[in-house]
Each structure stands twice: as C-alpha cells, then as structure tokens.
Design a protein around this ligand. Structure first.
Ligand code: CA
Length: 639
C-alpha cells in the first residue's frame, strides 16, 4: 500500500479531482419494484466483488458477483431482481490486498452494522407516512435535548417493558408516572412543558454498544453507518428494515404530538479508522498532516476530511437523505469546528432550496477538541469564523452559557447567577445574542443555553457553589429566567427543568443507563422548579421582541444599565404578527443579595414574572416601580 503522504498527494492532485468526482446521488444499493443497483465509489480498486447473504451475521455467502468498472471510479452491478432484505458486503482488491467492507453508502444493515442490506425504502414506511408533516412554526424554537434510551428507560415512566429504551417508546402516548393515570410522562409531559423541538442524541448507527445487549449504554458519538438508524433502539436489530420503520414511527409520533425533530449528527469523526469509508478509499475521507500523521482534532482518534470533494458530497447527501427519507426538521452538528464553512453553507443552501429559507434548522458546536489538519483554502466552522457562516447556521454560545452559570470545566469559577464578578457586560451582550459589532449576524445564529449533555448538569454545576437546596433552586430559577429572556434560539438538556443530576459526574457518555436515565419520579419531586420553567416557556412565546431572529433584533433592546451584580434593559415588544398584549418590556437581572429598585419609564406597568413565579402574567398586578428581589429576574410589561 501507498504511504499516507502518497495518498494525500494523489488525492490532492488536480488529475484525481477531475477524473473521479462523481456527482450523482445513486451510490449504495438502490432497491425498487424495478430492480436493484449497487454502486460503489472506489477509484483505486483493481477488482470489486459483491457478496450476497441471507442475514447480517454469520450466514455463508450465497452469491458472488463481479462488479463492473465504470467512469469516475464507480463499480456497479445492476439487476432486475428485487433484492429487498438481502444482506451484502464488498471484497475489494487494491494494490494486491483483499479488503472486506460494508457499504459506506448503506441505507440498511444487519446487527451491529457489519453487513449492509439492500432495502426498498417504500416497504419501511409506517401507515400514514406519506401524510406525515412537521407541526407549524411556533414563535420561538425551544429545543429539548433528549437521548432515545434515557427518555423511557426509567420504569417509573410508565412505558411498556418492550418499549422501554427504544424508538417505540415515543409512539406510546398518554403514559403516566407509575401508570397512575394522573401525572403525565413522555410526550404528554413534553407538551405540558411547552418545548417545540426535540433534539435526539445520536441515533444513526454507532459502534460503542453491542446491539444485542440491552444493558449497554452510550451517548452514541461514534458513527459506523451514517445513513442507517442505530439498531440498539429497535425491537429487532437483526432485521435491517425494522429499525428503519421504527425510527420513522418515532418521528411520526413526535410530529403528531406537535414537536419538530432535530437530529444530532457526528460527521466530524468515526468510531474507528477501520470503517467502510476508509476501507473503500484509504485515507481519502480522513485528515492526515504533511508528515502523514493522523489528525485528531476530535480527540476521538480521527477527523473526517470534510473539505475533500467526495467527502463533502457524502455529508451533504447524508443530511439531505435524512431530511427527505426520515422527515428530519433540523441538524445539530457535533464539533462543527472540524467541518469547513463552505460545507456548512452548502448544506444550508441546499436545504433552503428544497424546503424554504431557514425551514430546516442547522446549528452546531463551533469548536473542536484540538487542532485539525484541514487543508487550505477550507476554513473551519469555528466561532471566530461566524461571519463566514450563513445567518441561519447557528452556534452553541459558550460565552452566554459561561457568563450565566460559570466555567464549564472549572467547578469553582461561578457565573453571574452564583456569585461571579464583573460579568454585567457579558450578560448584556448575551441578551442581544452577541449581535451588532463583530459578533453574530442575527439571533438565528445563536443557541442560547446553560446545559447540554456534556459537562455537569446545571443542577450539579450550581451544587459546586451552593449547597443549600432552597437557595440553589432560587439560583436555578434565575439562571433559567435569564437565558430564556435572551435573544437567540433556546436550548436545554432534558431534565434541566426538574434539577436533573448525574451525581456530579461530568462526562457520562459510557456510564450506566441508571445514572443517565430521565428520572420521572424526580420530575414530580421538583414540580415547583418545573412549573417555573413551564410558565417561562409559555411567557417567552409571547415576547416577539425576544423571539425576533432578524438582523435588526438587537435594536429592540434599549436603555441598558448595569451596576454591581445587576443589569436591566427595555425591550420593544411590538410585532404585527403577534397577539402579545405587551408593547414594551422592562427586565432586571439581579444577582445580588439586596433588592434592586428602579424608576420605570412613563406609563402603566404590570408584573409578569418574578423570582418566585413565572405565571404572574396570567393575572398581572400593576406596579409603578421596578423592584427586583435578591437573586431574581423581574419582567414587567406595558400594554
Ligand atoms: Ca450500532
């Protein structure tokens, strides 16, 4: 075999680029009523055999077919046979070596993703799938980060044993706590909470759990088959069509219940370098530096080379496939800082062209774990390059997150709500989603949040600085009211609303499901906090002045003031498309131990929310001055 440097020189040569750019989207196995085609892009292969099997595990090969070499590095086999349900892999001969591999473009696979499967996708559609559409737009995107297994594993949740931890739990409606028929869990619970989008943690096929062992748990940031649902969440991982149908049933149920669905996608690295992309075209899809050293900006052992033409096509096609075939409404890009800005803008544009401007949400983590060997002229989609990204490519805003609750890695460094100093300016910038000047182009580019699956839960982070529970709850309410009255898209980790804890563990990606599960009992133990979140979300949707995602949104904020530990501002809340009764808002964030009192601008003001209740707006009292209690957010409205 060539060395990695030799591969790099070859792939970067203009001759290779011109000769082998394949621009149709029919790669993989395409299986319809008319027949089946198998197409593989493997330009360096000398011979490719397609091998067919009865199952996805140990059954012997039933048929070997020599594939035909076509233009652009394509190997093809086309037949009139309907091979739906037939498993396959490839035996590639390259530089004298024989390589066995699954199909990198597989749409279905056997257990643990080793063999691929030909699938007639029409046969996997659940009843009514052709009528499945996402719910209409809501005034704000309130995104709830959820793991398929965590959602329904807890036996207190009332899910049936056969559905627990699986896609199908989402199709089980009207579940209640211990089946008491009174306290909603599952989808009814989410409806009551008021979130609008469910962001599913990785649910494409990943490698870190044995799909046949239901005791195993992982977050799933280790892709194997990018275009296939994970098997561990299906009722039968050994039959490739089952996970596809059940994934679609999950989406259908979420849509039917009023939620849009966002997929967490990890195109920046793979579970192992020994994967189907690297086997079919060695070192094409993965970055190496000039010395042949393997790039590891993901800290997971490899970085996908998004800037290579066929790799960027691969990622783009994959996103379009999930949107088209599975009706996905948005994508959260893991370590987006390892992907390049051109790719992100291209994904944005293709989605806009197909579904309308901004209709499908696109956002990601604008950072990487380390430097990556991305090749010029490509530039990484890091926070510092936000100006190069389309206004509808969003980033998780770590500045807002850390300003509010404190350092994400350093336990003892607090934020504004828990005793941090000199953060007033950053808090005011958080309000306008860091727009204006050199910051974001518009609030559409910002994901405003204080918790996600990584690092401590909000509750566990606050526990580092505040031991006493009543006080911690007060601070938690303040943190929530603060970030939920900032511009930008709202996002939180499932369970933040009921003081979710992981017993202080920072990184539970491979910890037990018992530690990671959503604790439905706790959701009712912390009903007070949860009610506060519920009122807050309902109120936020009536604040068009904060929901505005346009470039001019920051101009709605005026009269900002700051003093030690407190800030305040006015919001122009007028909007001809909103039924909100309030034309103006006045807010104070008071993190001090003393009440902050301010004179109000002329007119009559109502108290909509304070540090204790987020439902005051239902029956608002009038006030002639703004009085923010210690450690609280105060929101006043003027009609
Ligand atoms: Ca898997």
């Amino acid at each position: 075999m060539r060395t990695r440097q030799e591969f790099k020189r070859l792939y970067n040569s203009s001759e290779f680029k011109e000769k082998y750019l394949y621009e149709k989207n029919d790669l993989g196995a395409v299986c319809t009523e008319e027949g089946t085609s198998f197409l593989l892009w493997s330009p360096l292969a000398e011979e490719v055999k397609l091998r067919l099997y009865k199952d996805g595990e140990a059954s012997p090969c039933q048929q070997v077919i020599f594939m035909k070499k076509e233009e652009k590095g394509i190997w093809a086999y086309r037949t009139e046979q309907k091979l739906h349900g037939v498993y396959y892999d490839y035996e590639i001969t390259m530089e004298g070596e024989k390589i066995i591999t699954g199909d990198p473009y597989a749409k279905a696979c056997g257990v643990n993703g080793i063999r691929s499967m030909a699938v007639d996708l029409k046969k996997t559609d659940p009843e009514g799938w052709e009528k499945d559409v996402p719910p209409g737009h809501t005034p704000e995107n309130v995104i709830y980060e959820l793991h398929v297994k965590e959602f329904s594993w807890d036996s207190a949740g009332g899910f049936s044993n056969e559905n627990r931890g699986r896609y199908r739990a989402f199709t089980q409606e009207h579940t209640t706590l211990h089946n008491d028929g009174i306290h909603p869990t599952g989808l009814d619970y989410l409806k009551e909470l008021g979130v609008t989008h469910v962001q599913i943690m990785p649910a494409y096929d990943y490698g870190s759990v044995d799909e046949k062992n239901e005791k195993e748990f992982n977050w799933g940031y280790d892709p194997v088959n990018y275009n296939v649902p994970e098997g561990a969440y299906s009722s039968d991982p050994a039959h490739g069509e089952v996970r596809i149908r059940e994934f679609k049933e999950m989406i259908q149920a979420l849509h039917r219940n009023g939620f849009r669905v966002i997929m967490d996608v990890v195109y920046n690295h793979m579970y192992s370098l020994d994967n189907s992309l690297n086997r079919t075209v060695p070192w094409y899809y993965f970055r190496t530096d000039e010395d042949g050293k393997i790039s590891d900006g993901s800290a997971c052992g490899n970085d996908v080379a998004s800037e290579r033409p066929m790799c960027s096509r691969y990622i783009l096609e994959s996103v379009l496939y999930w949107t088209r075939e599975y009706h996905i409404d948005g994508f959260r890009f893991d370590l987006m800082g390892l992907l390049d800005t051109d790719l992100m803008n291209r994904i944005r544009k293709e989605l806009d062209d197909c579904y309308g401007e901004g209709e499908i949400l696109v956002y990601g983590e604008p950072w990487a774990a380390d430097d990556t060997a991305m090749e010029l002229p490509a530039l990484p989609a890091l926070k510092k390059n936000i100006s190069l990204l389309d206004k509808n490519v969003g980033i998780f805003c770590d500045d807002t997150r850390d300003a509010i609750k404190g350092h994400v890695f350093e336990a003892e460094i607090p934020g504004f709500v828990n005793g941090g100093k000199d953060l007033e300016e950053k808090i005011l910038k958080s309000v306008t989603a860091w727009c204006g000047e050199k910051g974001a182009k518009a609030p559409s580019q910002i994901i405003t949040y204080v918790s996600a699956h990584d690092n401590w839960t909000l509750w566990d982070k606050l526990a580092k600085s505040v031991k006493e529970e009543t006080e911690r709850l007060r601070i938690n309410r303040m943190a929530a009211a603060l970030y939920m009255t900032c511009q930008g898209n709202l996002f939180f980790l499932s369970g933040e609303e009921f003081a979710r804890t992981k017993d202080g563990h920072v990184n539970t990606y491979n910890a037990s499901i018992e530690l990671n599960r959503l604790d439905w009992q706790r959701a009712y133990e912390y009903e007070g906090l949860r009610t506060y979140y519920r009122g807050l979300i309902a109120l936020r949707k009536q604040f068009p002045g904060l929901c505005d995602k346009s470039e001019n949104a920051h101009l709605r904020i005026s009269g900002q003031w700051k003093q030690k530990g407190a800030v305040g501002f006015l919001v122009d809340n007028r909007d001809k498309n909103s039924s909100s009764p309030w034309k103006k808002l006045y807010l104070i964030y008071n993190s001090t131990e003393k009440t902050v009192t301010k004179q109000l601008p002329d007119g009559s003001w109502e108290i909509l929310l304070d540090g204790e209740s987020s439902f005051l707006w239902k029956n608002p009292e009038k006030t002639d001055r703004a009085e923010a209690a210690p450690v609280s957010v105060l929101v006043l409205g003027q009609r």
